[in-house]
Write a protein that binds this ligand. Structure first.
Ligand SMILES: Nc1ncnc2c1ncn2[C@@H]1O[C@H](COP(=O)(O)OP(=O)(O)OP(=O)(O)O)[C@@H](O)[C@H]1O
Length: 232
C-alpha cells in the first residue's frame, strides 16, 4: 500500500472536521474523493500534508508513519500537493514557482526536472514570465509542474478543474490521465465534475460531514449515491 489512513480524525482548533477516516491508496491508483462543499475533502488533503492543527490516528506513506512529521518533511516522502486555488506566487516567475517544488526534494536538486517542461510546452516557453500574468488553466499547469518537481509517487490534487474554462478541463484531465496511467504516479483527486472523476478514477471515497459514507471501485459509484451525497 502506498498511502494509508487508519481511523484519522483531524481538527482546526477545537473543531473536529474529519471523523475516523480510513482508506488505502494502492500504488498507481487514482482515488477520487467526492462530496458536497464543506464536508472535509480539502481537510483530507491538508491532513495528509500536516496542515491542520491536530490529527489522531495513523497515516502511513510506504513503510513510514508520517502523522507526526512536520509538513516540510512530508513532501520528501514523495507527496506532491496541488492545493485548491493553486497557491501560485504571482510576483515570482514561472521558473521560480517550479523551483519551489524542488526545495522539498530529499536530494534537493535545484533544477527543473525535464518532465515538467516536456508535458507543459507553454511553461517551457515562458519560464521568465511573471506567474501572475498566466491564465487560470496555465496557472493550473504551473501548480502541477511545481508539485511534479518534488518527484512525487503520489500527487494530491484539490479541485484541479475548478475555475477553469470547459475546453481546458478536458486538457487537464488528459494530463492527469497520462501522469497516472503512463507514468504510474498515484493520484488523490477531489472533483466536482463527476464526469472527470468517472473517467480518471479507479476508486472513490464519498465523504459527508467529515466521515466516509461510501467507498469502492469507481464503477460502483451509482447515480443514486451521487444524488444522495452530492446534490444540494
Ligand atoms: N482553517 C479552518 N479553520 C476552521 N474551520 C475550517 C478551516 N478550514 C475549513 N474549515 C471548516 O472545515 C469544514 C470542512 O472544510 P473543507 O474545506 O475540508 O471542505 P471541502 O469538502 O473541501 O469543501 P470545499 O469544496 O468547499 O473546499 C468546513 O465546515 C469548513 O468551514
Amino acid at each position: 500500500m502506498l498511502l494509508s489512513f487508519d481511523k484519522v480524525s483531524s481538527y482546526y482548533g477545537a473543531t473536529q472536521i474529519l471523523r475516523n477516516v480510513s482508506f488505502d491508496l494502492e500504488q498507481g491508483q487514482c482515488l477520487c474523493v467526492l462530496g458536497r462543499n464543506g464536508v472535509g475533502k480539502t481537510t483530507i488533503m491538508r491532513t495528509i500534508m500536516g496542515l491542520t492543527d491536530r490529527t489522531t490516528g495513523s497515516i502511513t506513506m510506504g513503510d513510514e508513519a508520517i502523522a507526526n512529521k512536520p509538513p516540510y518533511q512530508r513532501a520528501g516522502y514523495g507527496i506532491g500537493y496541488v492545493p485548491q486555488g493553486r497557491g501560485i506566487l504571482a510576483d515570482f516567475t514561472v521558473r521560480e514557482n517550479i523551483l519551489l517544488g524542488t526545495f522539498a526534494r530529499k536530494d534537493s536538486a535545484p533544477e527543473i526536472p525535464e518532465l515538467c517542461l516536456r508535458i507543459f510546452p507553454y511553461l517551457r516557453e515562458n519560464l521568465d514570465r511573471r506567474a501572475g500574468l498566466l491564465s487560470g488553466g496555465q496557472k493550473q499547469q504551473l501548480a502541477i509542474a511545481r508539485a511534479l518537481a518534488v518527484g512525487p509517487q503520489v500527487l494530491l490534487l484539490d479541485e484541479p478543474t475548478e475555475g477553469i474554462q470547459p475546453n481546458i478541463v478536458h486538457e487537464i484531465g488528459e494530463i492527469l490521465r497520462m501522469l497516472n496511467k503512463e507514468l504510474g504516479i498515484s493520484l488523490i483527486l477531489t472533483e466536482q465534475h463527476i464526469k472527470v472523476a468517472r473517467k480518471l478514477g479507479d476508486a472513490f471515497l464519498m465523504v459527508d460531514n467529515g466521515r466516509v459514507v461510501a467507498r469502492g471501485p469507481i464503477d460502483e459509484m451509482t447515480d443514486e449515491l451521487v444524488e444522495r451525497h452530492m446534490t444540494i
